[in-house]
Design a protein around this ligand. Structure first.
Ligand code: NAI
Length: 379
C-alpha cells in the first residue's frame, strides 16, 4: 500500500532536520510493513515566499483541505512585519481544533525532577477558541472605551477601571465537546486508565467551568458504558476526573503516574504542555499533531532556531518522533516502536546533538546529519 503524505519543509533548521529525519521514518516503515510513503512537498514560509510571492499559497491550503495526513517543519513568524503567524493561519484555516502532545521520558536525559519516568501523558489541547481568538483592545483605544461603556451601561459591570485593556475569552459547547470527545476516544482506544479535564472553573465559571461540565456531559452521554467518575468509580472503566489548573501543575510534579490523558482549554494546554515537556527534560524532543475531523497534521513543536540554522547543529529528534506518531496513526505501531527504540539507543550511547549533549553527562556531540544516521543504523 502507498500512502500520500504532504510535507512542508519549514524555515531555519527545517531543511536539515528533514534531510536527517525522513530516511529514518521511511526505513523504519520498510522494516515493519509493506506500506510505503509518497512524500508530496507543499510550499509555505520563506521558500513559498521566494517561489510564489506568498508565504502561504492558496495551492498549499487547498491541498491540505483535501488531505488526511501532513507533516511540517517549523515556520518562522517575522516579528512586526504585518504577516500574522503562519501556524495560526494554518490552524484556523484548516480547523485543526485538537493539539495533541504525548509527553514521556527518554532514559539518559537529565531532568530537573527525581522521577521523570513517572510522566507518561497525552495532552489534548483545544486549539481554536479561548483567549487565542485574538479579540482584545488596547487600553485607552476608542474600541476599548466603547466596550467598557457597553459593559458598564448595559450589563451593570462596575469593576472595570477606565485605564484597563480588555480581552474576550470565547468558548463554545460544540468546541469544547469535540475536543473532549476526541480525547475520550483516544483514552478508550488505547486502554488508558484515566482522563482529566483541566480547567480554572472556580474563577471563570461560565467559560472554564462550562468546559468542565461539557466534558463530563459528553463522557456520560456518549461513553457512559465505558467510563466512570471519581464519585462513582467502577473497575475496568475509564476514570473521568477533573482538576483545577493550578492543582494540576502540583499533581504533575507530585503524582504524575495518576494522570494519563489531559483534556484542556487552549491556554491551560499551552502552559501544561511545555511544563510537562520540561519536566522530562525533553522540550527539544517533543512531537505533536494538530487534528481536524479530516486531517492529522504532524509538527515539530520547536521553532526555526535561526541562530543555528544551516550549521548542522539542529536536533532532528522532534521530527523523527513526529514520524513515529504518524506511523502509529497510519496503523504501523511496530515501526513507531522501532523508531523510539532506535532513538533511545542513541541516547544511551551518548552520541547526540549539542542541545542533548548539554543534558547528558559525558556525551559526545555529533551534527544533525550524523545523529540521524546513528538513529537510522540503530533501527
Ligand atoms: P525556537 O524553538 O526556534 O528556539 C528556542 C531555543 O531552542 C533556541 O536556543 C534554539 O536554538 C533551540 N532549538 C530549537 N529547536 C532546536 C532543535 N531542533 N535542535 C537544537 N536546538 C533547538 O524558538 P524561538 O527562538 O522562540 O522562535 C524562532 C522562530 O520560530 C520564530 O519565528 C517563531 O515564531 C518560530 N516558531 C515556530 C514554531 C512552529 O512552527 N511550530 C514554534 C515555535 C516558534
Amino acid at each position: 500500500m502507498r500512502k500520500k503524505v504532504y510535507w512542508i519543509e519549514g524555515d531555519g533548521i527545517g531543511p536539515e532536520i528533514w534531510r536527517s529525519a525522513r530516511p529514518v521514518i521511511d526505513a523504519a516503515l520498510a522494516k515493519e510493513s509493506d506500506m510505503t510513503l509518497e512524500w508530496v512537498e507543499l510550499l509555505a514560509g520563506e521558500k513559498a515566499l521566494a517561489e510564489t510571492g506568498s508565504p502561504l499559497p492558496e495551492s498549499t491550503l487547498s491541498a491540505l483541505m483535501r488531505a488526511d495526513i501532513a507533516m511540517k517543519g517549523p515556520l518562522g513568524t517575522p516579528v512586526g512585519a504585518g504577516i500574522r503567524s503562519l501556524n495560526v493561519a494554518l490552524r484556523q484555516g484548516l480547523d485543526l481544533y485538537a493539539c495533541i502532545r504525548p509527553v514521556r521520558y527518554f532514559q539518559g536525559i537529565e531532568s530537573p525532577v527525581k522521577h521523570p519516568e513517572r510522566v507518561n501523558m497525552v495532552i489534548f489541547r483545544e486549539n481554536t477558541e479561548d483567549v487565542y481568538a485574538g479579540i482584545e483592545y488596547a487600553a485607552g483605544s476608542p474600541e476599548c472605551r466603547m466596550l467598557r461603556e457597553f459593559l458598564c451601561d448595559k450589563l451593570g459591570v462596575s469593576k472595570i477601571p477606565a485605564t484597563a485593556a480588555l480581552g474576550l475569552k470565547p468558548m463554545t459547547e460544540a468546541g469544547s465537546k469535540r475536543l473532549v470527545r476526541r480525547a475520550l476516544r483516544f483514552a478508550l482506544d488505547n486502554g488508558l486508565p484515566s482522563l482529566t479535564l483541566v480547567h480554572k472553573g472556580n474563577i471563570m465559571k461560565f467559560t472554564e467551568g462550562a468546559f468542565r461540565q461539557w466534558g463530563y456531559d459528553v463522557a456520560s452521554a456518549e461513553f457512559g458504558d465505558a467510563s466512570c467518575t471519581e464519585q462513582d468509580p467502577l473497575p475496568g472503566r475509564l476514570l473521568v476526573k477533573d482538576r483545577i489548573a493550578d492543582a494540576m501543575f502540583q499533581e504533575a510534579l507530585l503524582r504524575p503516574e495518576q494522570y494519563h490523558v489531559l483534556a484542556t482549554p487552549n491556554l491551560n494546554g499551552d502552559y501544561i504542555s511545555d511544563a510537562l515537556a520540561a519536566q522530562v527534560g525533553g522540550l527539544g524532543l517533543a512531537p505533536g499533531v494538530n487534528m481536524s475531523d479530516s486531517l492529522a497534521f504532524f509538527e515539530a513543536t520547536h521553532g526555526t532556531a535561526p541562530t543555528i540554522a544551516g550549521r548542522d547543529k539542529a536536533n532532528p529528534g522532534s521530527v523523527i518522533l513526529c514520524g513515529a506518531l504518524m506511523l502509529e496513526h497510519l496503523g504501523a505501531p511496530a515501526a513507531a516502536k522501532r523508531i523510539r527504540a532506535a532513538l533511545e539507543k542513541a541516547l544511551a550511547a551518548k552520541t547526540v546533538t549539542v542541545d542533548l549533549a548539554d543534558q547528558i553527562p559525558g556525551a559526545i556531540t555529533v551534527g544533525c546529519a550524523a545523529f540521524g544516521g546513528i538513529i537510522g543504523e540503530n533501527l
